[in-house]
Design a protein around this ligand. Structure first.
Ligand SMILES: Cc1ncc(COP(=O)(O)O)c(C=O)c1O
Length: 450
């Protein structure tokens, strides 16, 4: 089963494709991974690339030996491959970080030194919202030194101060952004950076990146895009879309080796001390402890880097480019539509994505059933891995479930319980899936809704 050039059987190792689990209803059976928006398995090309890299692995940026030189060359090449893949500007820096969370915390640190507020969308994952609140709050708190016993109070103050600096722009009743709403906020506030997720991790909705970027620039703000649910499915062109900063996680595009990246302009990044400092990212320290700075991307590469994470992303990009993003999109679309059609026709299922927003994520609930239990049953009885929860985007889940009163939720959280936290079931598709996977979840949902 494959469309275009894409045959999942050739893209992943046999061990991954034939991973078996014991189930209550179906006995020993091949596992179906429909939790790809959380993380993706490594492509065979990535596994092989990493294996080869490790045979010549040596200290990156440090040693004089052959392995060191080879490892450094390949590591540095991965920055260029990433840059080309997203068509960043020639002098943009690729800063490696563990994941999107790390990338956004890094960016938030830099921006906290600049005047102005931050605009984030209401569909942002908490990792592209909370780092801004924390870093802005810490900055506004000032230099006062505190005792350990005061920290609880200080933490609350940080949150409060930080929240006053971060404005959220919301979706309309169709779960889309209205550009005039964004423009109004930009007009009324001095915004230093507009943050946008390129594709929602709950509904798959892909906003008009280019138009939001244009507005940000019109009002003198930088434009930062969280592409971690996007760039494995669709083409990102930083220059064409007007993106100043781009962030993604390798584990979401078939390179789960702890790598992620933040791309940003040299002119901006050269002005700052690095987010993390230590060894390797500065040329010299004087007797008095004064340290000198590099004016290149090495300044933002502290310590011995996760070279495997970085090169794994390069190998994943090479495979995706060979397949062609358009082909990937087409392949995944067929599978998504197959599942969408079933979910939208089953009267016992509430589907939370509109056809026009359909990407590779399908959020749903079985009416009257606890989503956490549904996800558990799909796994234990049918060998299907999905996720249930709020997916770190509580705003969207509250809206989808029409929850307006949070009192009970807050009360139960304060008692250490989590059952009241609103939840959906999410099935998400990637290159590792095929038609049989979709048929397996449809058959399981048929049983669960009988
Ligand atoms: C849209 C979006 N942004 C950010 C993140 C955080 O990514 P990571 O866990 O790799 O830091 C996720 C993870 O699910 C996500 O879906």
């Amino acid at each position: 089963m494959f469309w275009n050039k894409i045959n999942p059987k050739k893209l992943f190792s046999q061990e991954i494709l034939d991973y078996q689990v014991k189930t209550k209803k179906l006995g020993l059976i091949n596992y179906v991974n429909l939790d790809n928006a959380a993380t993706t398995p490594p492509l065979l090309g990535v596994e092989n690339g990493v294996k080869k890299y490790l045979t010549g692995y040596g200290s990156v940026h440090r040693g004089a030996g052959t392995k060191s030189k080879i490892s450094t060359d390949i590591y540095e090449r991965s920055r260029n491959v990433i840059k080309k893949f997203v068509n960043s500007k020639i002098d943009d820096y690729v800063i490696f970080c563990g994941n999107t969370t790390g990338g956004i915390n890094t960016a938030a640190y830099f921006f906290s030194f600049l005047a102005g507020k931050i605009m984030v969308s209401s569909v942002e994952h908490s990792s592209s919202w909370l780092p801004w609140i924390k870093t802005e709050g810490v900055k506004l708190l000032g230099e006062k030194q505190n005792t350990l016993s005061e920290m609880e109070k200080i933490n609350n103050q940080i949150q409060k101060l930080g929240r006053s600096q971060v404005i959220q722009y919301d979706v309309n009743k169709n779960f889309e952004f209205d550009l005039p709403d964004i423009e109004r906020e930009l007009k009324e506030n001095k915004i230093k950076v507009v943050v946008l997720t390129a594709s929602s991790n709950i509904t798959g909705y892909c906003p008009d990146i280019k138009s939001v970027g244009k507005l940000a620039h019109k009002y003198g703000a930088y434009f930062l895009v969280d592409a971690c649910q996007f760039l494995q499915h669709h083409k990102i062109d930083m220059q064409e879309m007007g993106i100043d900063f781009l962030i993604a996680s390798g584990h979401k595009f078939y390179a789960p080796y702890g790598g992620g990246f933040l791309i940003g302009p040299k002119k901006f990044l050269d002005e700052f001390l690095p987010y993390q400092i230590g060894g390797g990212n500065l040329p010299y320290i004087t007797e008095q402890g004064e340290f000198f700075r590099y004016k290149n991307q090495m300044a933002h590469d502290p310590g011995t880097p996760n070279a495997v994470g970085a090169v794994a992303m390069m190998y994943a990009i090479e495979v995706m480019e060979k397949l062609g993003l358009k082909n990937i999109e087409k392949f995944e679309r067929k599978l998504s539509e197959r599942l969408f059609d079933y979910l939208s026709k089953n009267p016992k299922i509430q589907l939370y994505v509109r056809k026009e927003h359909l990407s590779t994520v399908l959020p749903f609930n079985i009416k009257g059933k606890n989503p956490i239990e549904v996800a558990e049953k799909l796994n234990s009885d049918y060998g299907i891995g999905v996720r249930a929860g709020s997916f770190c985007v509580y705003q969207v889940v509250r809206k989808l479930l029409k929850i307006t009163d949070e009192k009970d939720i807050i009360k139960s959280i304060k008692c250490g319980e989590s059952e009241k936290v609103p939840a959906l079931v999410r099935a998400s598709i990637s290159l590792c899936n095929n038609e049989q996977d979709i048929d397996r979840i449809i058959a399981a949902l048929e049983k669960l809704t009988k």
